[in-house]
Write a protein that binds this ligand. Sequence first.
Ligand code: CU
Length: 299
Amino acid sequence: MRKYLNLEELIMNKQTKVWLVLSIALSLLALGSACGGAKAPDTNVATSDASATAYSGPTGTINGVISFNGTPPAAKKIDTTADPVCGQKNPNLATDDTIVKDGKLANVFVYVKEGSVEGGKKIGEYAWTTPTSEVQLDQNGCHYAPHVLGLMVNQKLKVTNSDATTHNVHPTPKLNAEWNQSQSAGQGPIEKAFARPEVLIPVKCNQHPWMKAYIGVMKHPLFSVSSADGAFEIKGVPPGTYTVVAWKEGGAAEKTMQVTVPANGNAKADFAFGEAATSSVKSSLQMMPAIEFPMIGKH
Ligand SMILES: [Cu+2]
């Protein structure tokens, strides 16, 4: 009898141990996912650097042209039968992820990622005033315009509906608060802002799955979007040396470049996307001296 009890105790102990291990593992998992999925409240984010000072002094410009080498993918006609209003207003609606004209690429978001002001601090350590002007995102012909836009943290985004149908604006950020809001025909603008820097936030429409836009939210105003002729210009850059990034929609690797901006002058930053650009980058890498290599991985 005593022996049997011991055996039972032994089984109990084993079960207890298994349960203990399991429950610890489960709590750790829960803790891990809670941390990974949790978003800190969006308050006070932009004011966290209240002690930072604004840059005052001469500035320069970063400008350039974005090329697309090779044959761009052909635009595909969009089937809008799901909403007759869209087809009536915009019968030739087509995909616009790669808009190329004469070898120049539109809708590339170009921005100063990091770097140091000459004789000063890192660019991210300065305070920047949020513009009081709003940035408009219009829905016209069941199409977002502009397709790619930039604004500063806490700057007002004004979403308008120029269509005789209902849209559902739905940004899907990773760092900012997600929201989606229905906007019927004739309804007034939706006004929102993003509290954290994030490059870039995809915007979709829950009514029309083909509608896409991208919003770059920056802590500073040193960004631009290439226009139809591929040109971009970033004004008001304090003299210094910076990493400039060019981002294109569609999963292509972003391009980076080091530029040195002189006071009252300008620095060129021409970028190229497309297949031919990839191979030319590869061959030029092989010719580079080894000492240059650490800079390549530096994003
Ligand atoms: Cu829509």
